[in-house]
Design a protein around this ligand. Structure first.
Ligand code: ATP
Length: 256
């Protein structure tokens, strides 16, 4: 990896047929940041994350994509949007896959990481259950635990809190924020703008493949950006319990 930043994208561009799905995205994501990648359906969030990891062809530069896969897996954990458990294996075995890049899933150092991840995601009672027999939210927590067990400086997650109940959504967001506070970098695509505002240190707004805003949550969720990119209005408030954002209305007619 080049420099200190866990992820650098420079004019990253992805074309799908005739369509430019990610259009010249540039960013530097640093240690200590929990970045919420937001934008309407089809904006290009999944495509940007996958291209950042080198999973799909792209032009421009992605610092991770240039690395050998084995090295990349030591630097970045990835949680895809699809939540299908293909193989029937116990929960603890799937979490242990997070240690494969470190070659220590059977050693004390690896076991300690696996156990810590199982405990942190509250999976103790599920540890022997086949992953094919879990609910959607339970499987999401197992995949979060696998990411945690991988113990990487960068974590990329595509809609990681979709399908979780409110307590587990808040728990997952607090987990990501605490990982950032320890010096890691977390980038997660999110549709829940209220949770994004409360927990993320920075938001990046993607619209039609372009980064149209990047910065502090309150600034990114300006009335103008909400209207232009999401076609909604919303209310932002600073409270004694932290910032709160509530989407309010779908604006009439075409997007501003
Ligand atoms: N394999 C593909 N071939 C052609 N077009 C694709 C392909 N994958 C995605 N797209 C298109 O690229 C655009 C961006 O898709 P992407 O999944 O990155 O959006 P997203 O922001 O993650 O959306 P969502 O919030 O709905 O998950 C969409 O218009 C989508 O239809």
């Amino acid at each position: 990896m080049t420099g200190a930043a866990p992820l650098i994208l420079d004019q990253l561009t992805v074309k799908r047929g005739q369509n430019t799905v990610v259009d010249g995205a540039s960013l530097s994501a640093g240690s200590g940041e929990f970045i919420g990648l937001i934008g309407p359906n089809g904006a290009g969030k999944t495509t940007l994350l996958r291209a950042a990891l080198g999973l799909i062809p792209a032009s421009g530069r992605a610092s991770l994509a240039a690395l050998p896969a084995a090295k990349r897996a030591q630097l970045a954990a990835w949680m895809p949007q699809g939540r299908d458990a293909v193989w029937s294996m116990p929960v603890e075995a799937l979490v242990a896959l997070g240690r494969i890049p470190h070659f220590d899933e059977g050693r004390p150092s690896g076991r300690a990481r696996i156990e810590a991840a199982i405990a942190r995601l509250g999976l103790g009672t599920l540890r022997h259950r086949p992953v094919t027999e879990l609910s959607g939210g339970e499987l999401t927590r197992v995949l979060l635990a696998r990411m945690l067990a991988q113990d990487t400086p960068l974590l990329l997650a595509d809609e990681p809190i979709a399908g979780l109940d409110p307590a587990h959504q808040i728990g997952a967001m607090q987990l990501f924020r605490s990982l950032a506070d320890e010096g890691r970098c977390v980038i997660a695509s999110l549709h829940d703008l209220g949770l994004a505002v409360r927990h993320c240190t920075r938001l990046i707004l993607l619209d039609q493949g372009r980064i149209v805003a990047d910065g502090a949550p309150e600034a990114v969720l300006s009335a103008q950006n909400l209207a232009r990119s999401f076609g909604i209005s919303g209310h932002f408030a600073q409270t004694g319990d932290g910032p709160i954002f509530q989407p309010l209305r779908v604006l009439g007619g075409e997007r501003a």
